[in-house]
Design a protein around this ligand. Structure first.
Ligand SMILES: [Zn+2]
Length: 318
C-alpha cells in the first residue's frame, strides 16, 4: 500500500495544522521507519528526498513500513521563513511532546508524534542548512546510558554512511525536545540528519539524505541488501558547540564548513563599520566546522559557527 495524505487538525481558533504525509506499507511485515522532514520549513533537501522515496520505492520489495511527514512545518515552507513557525514564532524543532490544546507548533509536534512517529521503532529527523547557513553533511544521535539502545543507535547511525557522526548524551532534563531526541527518550532509535545550505536543494545534499535513508532501510531489513558505502574517514564528534558573537557588528568568517580546526584557531572576526576589530572568534576545541552562518551582519548572542568537537577519526573501507 502506498498512500499520500495531508493530515489535518483544526485548532479551537480555526487555524488548521496540515502535514503532507505518506505511508508505504511493504508486502511483508517488518519494522517501521518514520521520517520527519522540514521541521525547519526551508531545509528543503530532506523534503526532496521524501518525494523521491515516495516515487521510487516499490512496496512489493519492502518488508516493513515507511511513514513520512514530508513537510512538518508547512507555514514556514510556504512563507519561506527560517528557524521558526511564522504563525506562533516557535521552533518546531523544540516542540515535542506538544499538546492538543497548545500553540500551533505544539499541535504540529503532537500530531506528527501521534500519526507518524509514535508507532515506529526507528526515526529520522531530516534537517539541513536554513536560509543563512552553509553546512557540511553530518548526522547525530543521542546516547541514553541504556547500552542495548545505544548500541542499536550507533549501528543505525554508522549504516547511514556519513563522514561526520555526532554522538552525545541525551539531556533528559530539557523542557522540550526535537524528534531525534524524543525517539531515544521513548526507547526508539533516532537520528538527526543534516545536509543542505542556504535554502537550496543541491543534488549532492539531496543524495546524502536519499542514499542514507536507503542504507538504513537495508540495515533494519525493510529493503533487501547491504548498505552501500564508499571508503571514507569517519570523524566521531562528541559535542556540538555553538560559537556566538559577543557584539553587534560585521562578520567575516575565515574557515569553511567541513574544515578541521584546532583549539584556539581563529575562525572569523567581527568588525565595526570602520574596519576596527571588535571580536576575534576562536575555536574552543579541536573540531569539525559543521556550519557557518553567512550574513555580513551579526549581533550579540547570534550564532556564527556550529562546531562538532572531534573525539576520533577512523578510516573505514567499503
Ligand atoms: Zn533544522
Amino acid at each position: 500500500m502506498k498512500k499520500f495524505e495531508t493530515i489535518q487538525r483544526t485548532m479551537d481558533n480555526g487555524q488548521i495544522v496540515a502535514i503532507p504525509s505518506a505511508i508505504i506499507e511493504g508486502a511483508k511485515p517488518g519494522p517501521t521507519l518514520a521520517i520527519v522532514a522540514a521541521v525547519h520549513g526551508c531545509e528543503f533537501c530532506g523534503v526532496e528526498a521524501c518525494i523521491r522515496l515516495y516515487q521510487h520505492l516499490d512496496q512489493q520489495t519492502m518488508a516493513g513500513t515507511l511513514r513520512m511527514a514530508m513537510v512538518a512545518n508547512l507555514p514556514a515552507f510556504r512563507a519561506r521563513t527560517m528557524y521558526r513557525c511564522p504563525i506562533d514564532g516557535e521552533n518546531v524543532g523544540r516542540a515535542y511532546p506538544g499538546t492538543l490544546k497548545g500553540t500551533y507548533s505544539e499541535l504540529i509536534a503532537y500530531t506528527i508524534w501521534k500519526e507518524i512517529v509514535g508507532g515506529a521503532e526507528y526515526v529520522l529527523d531530516l534537517h539541513g542548512g536554513d536560509l543563512i547557513e552553509v553546512l557540511t553533511p553530518y548526522i547525530g544521535y543521542n546516547t541514553t546510558g541504556d547500552s542495548a539502545l545505544d548500541d542499536k543507535s550507533e549501528a543505525f547511525a554508522l549504516a547511514f554512511g556519513a563522514e561526520n557522526v555526532e554522538a552525545r548524551p541525551l539531556d533528559r532534563d530539557a523542557p522540550k525536545f526535537s524528534f531525534s531526541q524524543a525517539a531515544p527518550l521513548n526507547g526508539k532509535v533516532g537520528l538527526l540528519v543534516e545536509a543542505g545550505s542556504q535554502g537550496r536543494h543541491d543534488e549532492p545534499d539531496v543524495r546524502f539524505h536519499y542514499h542514507g535513508i536507503l542504507n538504513v532501510m537495508k540495515h533494519i531489513g525493510i529493503l533487501k541488501g547491504e548498505p552501500e558505502h564508499k571508503a571514507r574517514t569517519i570523524r566521531i564528534l562528541d559535542d556540538f558547540i555553538g560559537v556566538q558573537a559577543e557584539v553587534e557588528g560585521i562578520f567575516y568568517p575565515k574557515v569553511k564548513a567541513n574544515d578541521l580546526v584546532d583549539e584556539g584557531q581563529i575562525l572569523g572576526e567581527v568588525r565595526d563599520f570602520t574596519g576596527e576589530l571588535l571580536q576575534e572568534v576562536t575555536a574552543p576545541a579541536r573540531s569539525v566546522v559543521l556550519g557557518v552562518i553567512t550574513p555580513l551582519s551579526t549581533f550579540e548572542g547570534a550564532m556564527l559557527f556550529g562546531l562538532g568537537r572531534l573525539r576520533e577519526e577512523a578510516r573505514v573501507e567499503s
